[in-house]
Structure formats: C-alpha cells, structure tokens
Design a binder for this molecule. Structure first.
Ligand code: PLP
Length: 284
C-alpha cells in the first residue's frame, strides 16, 4: 500500500515517524476517517471542516490547506485503486523532546493512508447490530476528534467479550453516543431523537448529513438527550458514522427492538442515505 508520510507518498513499510512525536507520546493528535464508496469520498467537505475545527480547538495549525489535503486523499485513492473503504488522516502537534508543555512553532505531523473495507455489505448494514450500555469513560471535550481512544478501545473489547457488537455510552442516565458513532432512536410515533451537539459528543458528519435528509424528507427529528429507558422502549434504533453509514441497532443491552430485526423507519433512512452517497459523480 502507498501511504502519505513525511510530506511524500511512500510504500507503507518505508514510512518513518519520530519516536518523539507527540501524537505517539501524549495522544496530542486529531484524526478524520472518510468513507470511500465506488471510488468516491463521502461527505469529505464535512470531515475536512471538522479537522480544521479540532485542530483550532487545540491550537495546532492546519498542516496544509483543505484543497491540498483533498488532493492527497484523491491521490491515495488512485494510487491504491481503492473502490470501497476509508481514507484516514491524522495530524499531531509535532515532535520534540518529551515534555507536557510544547514549544511554539512546532511543525505538525501529517499522515494519511487508505484501508480496504466492505462498507455496503457489512453485517451491520444487512442485519443490524447489538449494543451494550456502558458509563461514558471519556474526557469532557468529546467534540474534538482526538486519537485518545482508549475508552472506546476498552469498551468495544468488553462488548465483544460479552456477546455484543458495539457499545452505546451513557452519562447521568442519558445516552451520549456510540463508542464510534452517533446514536439515534425512533419513537413509536415515528419521531427520530438524537442528542444535540455539545462538548459531550462528537459532532458526527454522517449525523449532520442525515439531519439534512430528515428535513428534506419531512421526517420529524428532535435533538435532545434521551434516557436509557427511552432507548430500550423505542420502536427502533440506529447509529451513524462514516464507516457504518446508517446502521440499524436491533438490541440494546438485554432488550431487543422491533423483534430483533431492522425497523422500517431505519431502513427508509438507510435507503435515503445510500441514495445520496452511492450515485457515482460524473467524471471530469
Ligand atoms: N461519535 C464518535 C465518538 C465517533 O468516534 C464517531 C466516528 O468515528 C462518530 C460519532 C461518527 O462521526 P462521523 O459520522 O463523522 O464518522
């Protein structure tokens, strides 16, 4: 695979990073994951805008312009002949001798790579997933997409060990979001509910795209926190992320929703979203 590292395209086994990179030593780095379907990036403008915002919140300069980053993404897709999968971007504050305090004027480290992944044909897309519930273990700036992901790593491992596919986090009795997704429920009168953006959750790009689709299709959507009881008593549930698109949730903890199969509202929203992402753009 060809990756981008040190300002150039190199074979993955030739990519070199400093041992003193702050991304590695402190988790002092942010990232983005953009889905690629049919060789085209999905919602990439939203991802690049969020990258810029995450960096700005941490006072890390943009390493390159949005246009330059997009050109690198497109080149990686082409060089690796990627049809379906992801493009990953990471920007760290840079490298210097280890100290909590960082120097002004550090040059950020920018890397990017692609991964092949079956997005449209995943188990989640077809059958839906089960989630367990776990107290949200993360810090208080979840709106910044940092690589400090140990809470999510541990939660997903625990979910798998106990027979679940994924995890939804809660705080003060209300769902915050999925371990790597935005969480939604569908009420018995077909309203969609999802927590509003704040420092408590990551502002999902797929979430933003879905909200637009709801308003275009006159689907009623409420942005507010919902409780664990509401989630387990919901007609349907689903989660969104770049890699999972719109994924039905068919079991929350020990409660099955809609008889353990994806519900009709979720299936409709899945179809609306796929319609928008799956249309190949005209060449040129
Ligand atoms: N929330 C968290 C904690 C995530 O890690 C992610 C994606 O990885 C999302 C939400 C969904 O964001 P997006 O739709 O931009 O991929």
């Amino acid at each position: 695979r060809i990756v981008y590292c040190g300002g150039e395209f190199v074979a993955e086994n030739e990519a070199k990073l400093s041992l003193f990179d702050r991304g590695f030593l402190f988790g002092d780095a942010v990232y983005e994951v953009t889905a690629v379907i049919g060789g085209k990036m999905v919602d990439n403008d939203l991802h690049l805008a969020r990258l810029e915002r995450s960096l700005s919140e941490l006072s890390i300069p943009m390493p390159l312009s949005r246009e330059e980053i997009e050109a690198i993404q497109l080149a990686l897709i082409e060089k690796n002949a990627l049809v379906e999968g992801t493009v990953y971007l990471q920007v760290s504050r840079g490298a210097e001798d280890r100290d909590f305090l960082y120097s002004d004027g550090l040059e950020p480290t920018f890397i990017a790579f692609t991964q092949v992944k079956n997005l449209l044909g995943s188990k989640g897309q077809k059958q839906g997933l089960s989630v367990n519930l776990a107290e949200d273990p993360r810090w208080e700036r979840r709106d910044i997409k940092t690589v400090m992901l140990l809470g999510q790593v541990m939660a997903k491992r625990q979910a798998k060990a106990t027979g679940f596919d994924d995890t939804w986090f809660f705080e003060d009795g209300a769902i915050t979001e999925g371990a790597s997704s935005s969480a939604f429920i569908v009420t018995h009168d077909r309203r969609i509910i999802t927590r509003g953006n704040s420092k408590a959750i990551l502002p999902g790009c797929t979430r933003a795209a879905l909200l637009k689709l709801c308003s275009a299709h006159d689907v009623v959507l409420e942005e507010r926190p919902f409780t664990i009881a509401e989630a387990q008593g919901a007609a349907e549930a689903f989660q969104t992320s770049a890699t999972s698109l719109v994924t039905p949730i068919v079991r929350i903890g020990d409660v099955s929703l809609n008889g353990g199969v994806p519900g009709p509202v979720t299936r409709q929203l899945q179809a609306y979203y796929l319609e928008t992402v799956n249309i190949p753009k005209a060449a040129g």
